[in-house]
Design a protein around this ligand. Structure first.
Ligand SMILES: NC(=O)c1ccc[n+]([C@@H]2O[C@H](COP(=O)([O-])OP(=O)(O)OC[C@H]3O[C@@H](n4cnc5c(N)ncnc54)[C@H](O)[C@@H]3O)[C@@H](O)[C@H]2O)c1
Length: 353
């Protein structure tokens, strides 16, 4: 299935589009031609390590005409800085407890990156107690003030806090499983990069579905569906799989206590947001994997390739064809993801009591 999608004529256009979004010279022409209202995107946690470069990348995407930046910290300074970039996008800075609702209201897309990152030696799960309530509150405000918005959750642990967000939205009275996404694009971006380096192929030309979740062995890259066909033996695949699964740890260690992946994550989140906006506009785009409510496996939330449309998920492509080793890895991931989902539900049930 994934291979067929790769062969579709839409893919080069979509990839090219993404590259063009980053090219400011071409953009000047297209932006002056396109003064019509497009999308308001809110970034929650905008002053952080991911939030700031994400805001910068969104600022240079012609589909974003309004950027709402919220953080507990002041966003006025870097918002003003961004607002001098010569694109048509307007910047609206908000901060503090009350500012979040104002940032969310009227947004077509809400990207949540608020919360603590890991320190060396910490697992993503360690962050649950701190980040769970932050995501729950943001999700609740989306439910009230922008119930039709598409919501991308970057905050860790993604495997559990996306479930917290879903439960919070249900409790708040408005939840649409087609509009809530755990952002796992960084795992795909890492897979493209590491495989590209190994095969000496430009990463833009690599396509590989990465299914499951976003932590350790729940991250399952499906090498048997890699395009172009992966060249390497089982040992080589195992070592690249391991590197994709532990890519986050590699960055956390290198930053030595000063945070986790921020720039690569901002790139990944900007690419994901672009795919959501293409869907909202009814334009074609290559499928992107994301962690969503799903009946593809026994895990209630699971990441598989998705096509986006005007109402969020247009099509869940399900699990790609897999070899025996990949099927085993998915089985392991499903068990772990069932536990993460249960943790999210249990937390929100306790909150309700
Ligand atoms: N999904 C992924 O692939 C992925 C990759 C890397 C990092 N992450 C996660 O993203 C999150 C953010 O990472 P970072 O490096 O940007 O951290 P950071 O500490 O640099 O930034 C987080 C920002 O969130 C803000 N914040 C905290 N509580 C808030 C609240 N209640 N409302 C609004 N803003 C609030 C902080 O003030 C800060 O500016 C972390 O949880 C990290 O683990 C996810």
């Amino acid at each position: 299935m994934f291979r067929n999608q790769l062969n579709s004529t839409n893919l080069p256009k979509c990839r090219l589009f993404w590259q063009l979004c980053q090219a400011t010279t071409n953009q000047i022409q297209t932006q002056t031609q396109t003064q019509t209202r497009q999308f308001r995107v809110a970034v929650i946690g905008a002053a952080g390590g991911i939030g700031q470069p994400l805001a910068l990348l969104l600022m240079t995407n012609k589909l974003v005409t309004e950027l709402a930046l919220h953080d507990l910290e002041a966003t006025k300074g870097f918002g003003k800085d961004l607002s001098h970039i010569s694109t048509v996008c307007k910047v609206k800075p908000y901060f503090g407890e009350d500012g979040m609702k104002k940032a969310i209201k009227g947004s077509h897309i809400v990207m949540i990156t608020a919360g603590m990152p890991r320190k060396p030696g910490q697992t993503r799960d360690f962050l649950f107690d701190t980040n769970g309530p932050i995501v729950a509150r943001a999700a609740c405000l989306v439910s009230h003030y922008a119930p039709k918005a598409l919501v991308g959750i970057i905050t860790n642990p993604v495997n559990a806090v996306v479930v917290v967000a879903a439960e919070a939205m249900k409790q708040a009275g408005s939840y649409d499983p087609k509009r809530l996404f755990g952002v796992t694009t960084l795992d795909v971006v890492r897979a493209e990069k590491f495989i590209g380096e190994h095969m000496d192929v430009h990463p833009y030309e690599i396509r590989i579905p990465v299914v499951g979740g976003h932590a350790g062995t729940t991250i399952v890259p499906i090498f048997s569906q890699c395009q172009p066909r992966f060249k390497g033996d089982k040992k080589c695949i195992a070592s690249i799989v391991k590197r994709i699964q532990t890519g986050g740890d590699e960055v956390v260690r290198a930053k030595a206590g000063k945070g986790s992946a921020t720039l690569s994550m901002a790139y990944a989140a900007a690419r994901f947001t672009n795919a959501l906006m293409r869907g909202l506009k009814g334009k074609s785009c290559a499928p992107e994997c994301a962690y969503v409510e799903s009946d593809v496996t026994d895990a209630p939330f699971f990441s598989t390739p998705l096509t986006f449309g005007r109402k969020g998920i247009k099509k869940n492509h399900g699990l790609p064809k897999m070899n025996e080793s990949e099927k085993k890895q998915v089985k392991v991931a499903v068990e772990a993801l069932k536990q993460s989902a249960a943790k999210g539900v249990e937390y929100m049930n306790k909150m309700r009591e």
